[in-house]
Structure formats: C-alpha cells, structure tokens
Write a protein that binds this ligand. Structure first.
Ligand code: HXC
Ligand code: NAP
Length: 264
C-alpha cells in the first residue's frame, strides 16, 4: 500500500499492542511510516513486539504495564518520553476473556475482565491525555460484538465492552472541541487470534462461526488494521463517536444465519 495516509513520523501508541489484532494494527501503521509505542503486561511480549515493529525501519519502543494500574501506565509513558513529543494516534485494545456462565463466575473473575477492558481503557486514556497531540488527535477503542449482542458465557465481556463503547462516545463529546476524534471498532471473529482460540477452540466451532458470517469467511487482522488506519486518517476527519463493526455482517444476527442455514 502506498503511503498516502499521512502517518510518516507520527507517533502511534497501542495499549495491548503486543499480540493478535492490536499488534496487527501496530504493524500496519509502522508499514505506513509511523513510530510505534506499544504496551502490555509482559515485558517479554513488549520486547518481541518492539523488535518486530522496528524491522519496518522507524522508531519502535514500549513499556510493560497493567492497564488496570493507572500509575503504572503513567510511569511507563514517562519512561519513554525521550522517544516522542506527543501522541498522534492511540489504539486502546487490551482485553481479557474466558467463557464462563454468569453465575458460575466468582466476583473477582467478573471484575478482572471489567477492570482490564473498561477501567483499563479509562486508565490508558487518562494517563496518555497529557501527551495528546494538540488540535489533531485520534483515539480508537477496540470493542467486540459482545458490546451489542448479548452472548451466553460472556456476561463479563458484554458488560465491559458495552461500557467501552459508551466511554468512547462520551469522550467524543467531551474532547471534540480539542480536536480529539474518538471512535471504536467492533471486530468480528478474527482468524488466528487468542480470542478465537478461547471462544471457538475446535475446528467445528470455527466452521460454525465462519458459516454464521454473511460474507462467509473469518476476518483477518488486516481487515481490522485497515479500518483503524481509515479512522486515524484524514479520510475520516468528520467521523467521531462512531462504533464501527468490521465483521462481514456478523453482528446483523449471525447466529440466526448459522442456525437456519439461510441463503445456502
Ligand atoms: C472462570 C476464571 C477463568 C475461567 C480465570 N478465572 N479464568 N473463572 N473460568 N476460565 C478467574 C480466576 O479464578 C480469578 O478469580 C479471576 O478470574 C482472575 O484470574 P487471574 O488469572 O488471577 O487474572 P489475571 O492474571 O489478571 O488474568 C486475566 C484473565 C486472563 C482475563 C483471566 O485470561 C488473561 O490474562 N487474558 C488476556 C488475554 C485474553 O484474554 N485475550 C483474548 C481477548 S479476546 P478468583 O475468584 O479465583 O480469584 C476478546 C474478544 C473475543 O476479548 C471475541 C471473539 C468473537
Ligand atoms: P490478544 O492477542 O490476547 O491481545 C490482547 C492484548 O492485550 C495482548 O497484547 C495482551 O498482552 C494485552 N493485555 C491483556 N491484559 C492486559 C492488561 N491487563 N494490561 C495491559 N495489557 C493487557 O487478543 P486478540 O484476540 O487479538 O484481541 C485483541 C482485541 O480485539 C481485544 O480488545 C479483543 O476484545 C478484541 N476482539 C477480538 C476478537 C477476535 O476474534 N480475536 C473479536 C472481537 C474483538 P499481555 O498478555 O502482555 O498483557
């Protein structure tokens, strides 16, 4: 892809950017000439991601922090301050997930996911806000279909991601006057990810999932990265407060499609 999106020399910060979909997003921005800062809990994963991102030939750096700990994020950002002046684009994508019936979960299990996904998003935005590029800053929260579709075994994730969507919309209202555009992406079932390994661990479950997508394929990390680049680019200059499904139509009611075998 030619570099016409204007990301050369921009600083992109990806919380949870050390694996899966979020690392795919980081790689896409690096490919477009951006400098990348990534963070997650594991220093080992941070180091590996930084090495991968540096291979694109631009600055890549990062720090380890738990998104549940706002002070750790603040300290991590401070530790990297020599590498960047301001943050131009921020992706907040850390998440936790495991399938469990609502009432079989301990209170701490429910809280863990809400804290990682929702509180972690608030904490990341709060800690990074002093570094927001003045007058032209783009924030993208990574949500999930669970934010709009109630799913059994996913009470914690549904509650957390619905909160993430609403936080995104409120931030769009509060920060718009500072030139901060805030949007969300709802990825559908994305192939070759930890999320799919946890929720559709068997070949049969994967196939059922694939058949429930109107476009009849699982998504790729690049599908999500493309939307993130669009939202962060000048092409989306008048888009704020939008939560965009990138899911091949899955959130229209894919379960029904699979169950009825509609159209096949
Ligand atoms: C029930 C569980 C559980 C399980 C953990 N717990 N796994 N309860 N069923 N399978 C409980 C624990 O017993 C504990 O409660 C509490 O949750 C916290 O567990 P810890 O292991 O101490 O937490 P922590 O080390 O903070 O790890 C967080 C985690 C873990 C969410 C549990 O799985 C994690 O680190 N996940 C990050 C990676 C991830 O999930 N990626 C997928 C994102 S995909 P007690 O009461 O015992 O203390 C996604 C959407 C996919 O979000 C959508 C696809 C369509
Ligand atoms: P993943 O590879 O497990 O990515 C999660 C990332 O978040 C990792 O970098 C992880 O690194 C980090 N992380 C987890 N807990 C954290 C914490 N407490 N603090 C800081 N970082 C933390 O999962 P994925 O499947 O690619 O999912 C990525 C995003 O897409 C998530 O927001 C998820 O909800 C969303 N999504 C995924 C799918 C899918 O099909 N996979 C579908 C819809 C939505 P550490 O372990 O080092 O912390």
């Amino acid at each position: 892809m030619s570099r016409w999106l204007g990301f050369e020399g921009k600083t992109v910060f990806v919380m949870g950017g050390t694996s899966g979909i979020n690392l795919g997003i980081a790689e896409a921005f690096a490919e477009q000439g951006a400098n990348l800062m990534v963070a997650s809990r594991s220093q080992e994963k941070v180091d590996a991601a930084v090495e991968k991102l540096a291979a694109f030939g631009h600055q890549a750096f990062g720090f380890s922090a738990d998104a549940r700990d706002v002070e750790a994020i603040e300290a991590g950002l401070k530790s990297q301050a020599e590498h960047f002046e301001s943050i131009d684009v921020m992706i907040v994508g850390q998440a936790g997930n495991f399938p469990a019936p609502a009432l079989a979960m301990s209170a701490n299990a429910f809280k863990s996911v809400v804290d990682i996904d929702l509180l972690g998003t608030f904490n990341t935005v709060k800690a990074a806000s002093p570094y927001f590029a003045k007058g032209d800053m783009r924030l993208i929260a990574i949500s999930a279909p669970q934010s709009i579709l109630p799913m059994p075994m996913q009470a914690h994730v549904c509650a957390a991601k619905a909160g993430v969507d609403m936080l995104t919309r409120v931030l769009a209202m509060e920060l718009g006057h500072q030139g901060v555009r805030c949007n969300g992406i709802i990825p559908g079932p994305i192939d070759d990810t930890e999320g799919m390994a946890r929720l559709a661990p068997s070949e049969e479950a994967r196939e059922h999932c694939r058949r429930s997508v109107p476009l009849e394929r699982l998504g790729t990390k690049r599908d999500i990265a493309n939307c993130a680049m669009f939202l962060a680019s000048p092409l989306a200059d008048y888009i704020s407060g939008a939560i965009i499904p990138v899911d091949g139509g899955w959130s229209l009611g894919g379960a029904a499609l699979a169950a009825l075998g509609a159209g096949r």
